[in-house]
Design a protein around this ligand. Sequence first.
Ligand code: GRF
Length: 201
Amino acid sequence: MKNLGILLSGRGSNFEAIAKNVAAGRIPNAKISVVISNRADAGGIATAQRLGITALVIPSKGKGRESHDREVAAALQQHKVDFVCLAGYMRLLSPWFVRQFPYKILNIHPSLLPAFPGLEAQEQAFAYGVKVTGCTVHFVDEELDHGPIIVQKTVPVLDTDDEHSLAARILEQEHIAYSEAINLVLHRKFKIEGRRLKLIS
Ligand code: GRF
């Protein structure tokens, strides 16, 4: 059994999709052992409580990055977390935190990286006029939206789209992509050559 720890700051729809897939047996041998938010008002915390999943709020306000990260890491270790899933976690992680969990931290980003890193990626893609965008699940390294890619899903940009309809269709794919990536890192054998993740079995 592998324990997942989810870090989030807001709505928590990616967390909820993962939780549903775990409950339905679509991510075998996995358990969400803790959900941690840096914001007390995160919708994801209420969802965790509703689902009976341990939920913690560790406020970040007024704290140095690394000292907050040390509190979060201690909570993750206390809950015996094997993999950390960032799901709308609006904090940059300190290099110290990243080093505690090498190739054990996953993030989801709503664009086809390396295009449109950072905030409001869907709006960035829409404004740029790309015809295809999507989402990326990747390992976290010390740079923003940067580590080796695990799964990507494409989404066409339609002439009838606005930023909101596009973001909604990307989100549907995010909910599929994240569980697929978790299954891959949990249950497949892979190696990482440079930036490339290659499946071995
Ligand atoms: C998603 O679009 C995710 O890609 C980005 O933040 C958003 C979080 O949404 N990192 P939710 O809180 O999972 O609903």
